[in-house]
Design a protein around this ligand. Sequence first.
Ligand code: ATP
Ligand code: MG
Length: 303
Amino acid sequence: MKLDEYKFDGTKKFKINGFDTKAKHLTTDREMVLESSLLNLKKLGIMQDRFYAQGSEAILVILQAMDAGGKDGAIKHVMSGLNPQGVQVSNFKSPSSEELAHDYLWRCIKNLPERGKIGIFNRSYYEDVLVARVHELYKNQNLPSRCKTPKIFDERYEQIANFEKYLWQNGIRVLKFFLNISRDEQKRRFLKRIDEKNKNWKLSDSDVKERQYWDDYMKAFEAAINKTSTPYAPWYVVPADKKWFARFFFSEILVNTLNDINPKYPTVTKEKEKLIVACKEYLTNEDGKKSAAKSKSKSKTKK
Ligand code: ATP
Ligand code: MG
């Protein structure tokens, strides 16, 4: 499926107004997409094993969305195909007082994946140019006056782009996903959280109230994506009104990325080959040796 038009690597501008949230022209065939998703999960599992064994590179997946955008579901979906030992998921909520006492990248840097692993950030340092921009949070933070200017966001876009370049140059691939839902779809999902009793716990009144800032959020997403789209840390703007399509899209990009990395099991050295042969010999003869030792000790006790 042609997903290039949803990829932003700095070669074209992203215009959020009217951007596809439904993927209607891509497919309406849910069954076919579900099948492809399952196949992707299988491929992910196979390639992740090699990726882990190779251990030379890490993947950092960043998920951003408006509330009820489907981040949790997308993570759950790809996790079902991955070995949990090779993945770490980090959630970034409203910062604690300890986190606020540090620079905004600090808590994210602490959670970067090691080589061989896939790190998934459920929200990230992008919150510091999204919610922080919509509500001008810097005004109430304990910062020196030189930092408390509206320029803070342009500075952060630049810092983020530099940081992601640093990650790329140090063996960490960054993939960024904006699960793009329409305002109507968000309303539908909130109402579902109200109508279905076992979904009530998911509803937060502050999320519902945040809808009044929808247009400001859209502007903040558009700016953040345009300022930080690069070939080494591209953004994918995922049409996310249909959960099954968004999950397929997410798994497809992960599979494509692993294909691109083309991880290989480490080659076995001559010395290791000799050790393997020796181990095989030892294991095959183990039972014979044991019974010989046993009969020796039996004959000793008889005497
Ligand atoms: P759900 O989709 O289930 O609602 P969630 O990711 O929204 O999950 P919540 O605990 O509801 O999780 O919300 C986390 C909140 O923390 C969001 O409103 C987000 O904007 C906020 N947040 C995250 N990082 C920051 C930050 N750096 N500054 C201010 N707020 C932040
Ligand atoms: Mg929330």
